[in-house]
Design a protein around this ligand. Structure first.
Ligand SMILES: Cc1ncc(COP(=O)(O)O)c(C=O)c1O
Length: 437
């Protein structure tokens, strides 16, 4: 099947351009469609933006690091797209609009971007695509999410590659030198998170990728978190591979990921799973049967039928992000994160913050531990997350890799009052003698 035909036929322009931001309730609930709001940093504007989220007012959601909550413009785009398909019998065909939109934002080429279902899938495509053999070493960190490390571990189980997990330092320099020291003659790739899921500390990825290049190693970044949180440019970072998603900080539909492969590495990256959209032409009536080699675009990994409404939702999420403003979002997020940090630092050592303090390591998440010496609670970190949830405040307990901490995420839809509420619950749970459970 001709790829151009995939692109030209099927999905209508209406589906592709269904985004129209609305600030209130979903459109089908009769909401205003007001894009003329003067966006600024004042509190009332952020409150107005908060109204575009259908999240119930009695829930305090400080767990965006697990999954972003969806704003109405994204929900509208998804719903309209599903409705369009149902009403018109339309079939969503590939076009490269989402890839182009994302590539423009990240400073790379559309053909270097492919859409996947999540970060884990992107990492799998990358990990299984690298030319590694038994004994070759891949450096990861001790703070991996299962989605960031599983594919490497599976290659170790099946093919005997060696995976070495390096600790994360408490400063950017320390992070870099821990990785540098771990490099051995067998090392072939450095595959680390841009922002680990455990504490949310931003790692010095540009320096890590420069180190990889200097040593002739492949660099792979698990970027589950940065998109929609901090601004970054893939050309500047200069990594070889990057795996990301729309469903965390970009607030896109759950189950929407993406991947990047540097242009000159696309044809050097093995691809095993292929179908429609991976190749331009095939002919099973030929003898022998013929199929073209996969196209040299990362979209070749997005094969077969896919959810057009998800794509529409991702585009709407990118539009919404641009409408509010990437710099404003990053500033607001960090402002809230600093507010949170100051509160936690002001507890006379009753908590330990795990993230590095310097500004380049700061994102929108903070991992901390409740110090056992100051609390009567058993398993206080897990216990506090449970207690907070019972009180309508959602956090993430990080138990994996023996980190044992509470992770707090602050997105722009949160505010200082919610952080105060979190802190009051923490005090009540951890340091109020009357509340020992
Ligand atoms: C750092 C990191 N990598 C990978 C993943 C897996 O992401 P996904 O669920 O999109 O596959 C997560 C999910 O939280 C994560 O935090």
């Amino acid at each position: 099947m001709d790829r151009k035909k995939f692109i030209k036929t099927g999905v209508s322009a209406a589906l592709v351009s269904s985004f129209s931001p609305s600030w209130g309730k979903p459109k089908n609930a009769g909401a205003p469609n007001d894009t003329s709001v003067n966006l600024s940093y004042d509190v009332s504007t952020w409150e107005k933006i908060r109204q575009a989220f259908p999240l119930k007012q009695n829930i305090t959601f400080l767990n965006n690091g697990t999954m972003g909550i969806t704003p109405n413009p994204v929900l509208n785009a998804i719903t309209e797209s599903f409705t369009h398909i149902a009403e018109n019998g339309a079939y969503p065909h590939h076009n490269n609009q989402l890839e182009t939109q994302l590539a423009t934002l990240l400073g790379c080429l559309p053909e270097e971007i492919g859409i996947t279902k999540n970060v884990s899938e992107s990492i799998n495509h990358i990990a299984w695509g690298l030319p590694l053999k038994s004994g070759d070493e891949v450096l990861i960190t001790q703070h991996e999410h299962i989605g960031g490390c599983a594919a490497w571990m599976r290659r170790a189980q099946l093919e005997g590659i060696r995976v070495t997990a390096v600790p994360i330092g408490s400063t950017p320099d320390e992070c870099l030198s821990l990785i540098a020291r771990a490099i051995s003659p067998k090392t072939k790739a450095i595959a680390v998170p841009h922002i680990p899921c455990t504490t949310g500390q931003v790692l010095p990825v540009k320096a890590i990728c420069a180190l990889a290049r200097e040593k002739g190693l492949i660099s792979v970044l698990d970027g589950a978190h940065p998109l929609g949180m901090i601004q970054f440019n893939l050309r500047e970072i200069d990594c070889d591979y990057y795996a990301g998603c729309f469903h965390k900080w970009m607030l896109g539909p759950i189950g929407s990921g993406w991947m990047y492969i540097k242009k000159d590495l696309i044809d050097k990256t093995r691809i095993t799973h292929v179908a429609a959209y991976s190749v331009n032409a095939f002919d099973m009536s030929a003898v022998p049967p013929h199929m073209d080699i996969p196209i040299l675009e990362v979209s070749r990994y997005a094969y077969g039928s896919f959810s057009g409404p998800h794509i529409a939702g991702c585009k709407a999420a990118l539009d919404w992000y641009q409408l509010i403003g990437p710099a404003r979002i990053e500033n607001r997020i960090k402002q809230l994160n600093t507010y949170l940090r100051n509160k936690l630092e002001d507890t006379d050592g009753k908590v330990k913050i795990l993230n590095a303090k310097d500004p380049s390591s700061q994102g929108a998440q903070l991992g901390f531990q409740i110090m056992p010496a100051h609390t009567a609670q058993k398993d206080p970190n897990q216990g506090f997350v449970n207690f907070a949830r019972e009180n309508g405040l959602i956090l993430r307990y990080v138990g994996e890799n023996k980190v044992d901490c509470v992770r707090v995420s602050t997105h722009y839809y949160n505010n200082e009052t919610e952080i105060d509420r979190f802190f009051e619950l923490l005090k009540d749970y951890a340091w109020n003698p009357a509340s020992t459970r």
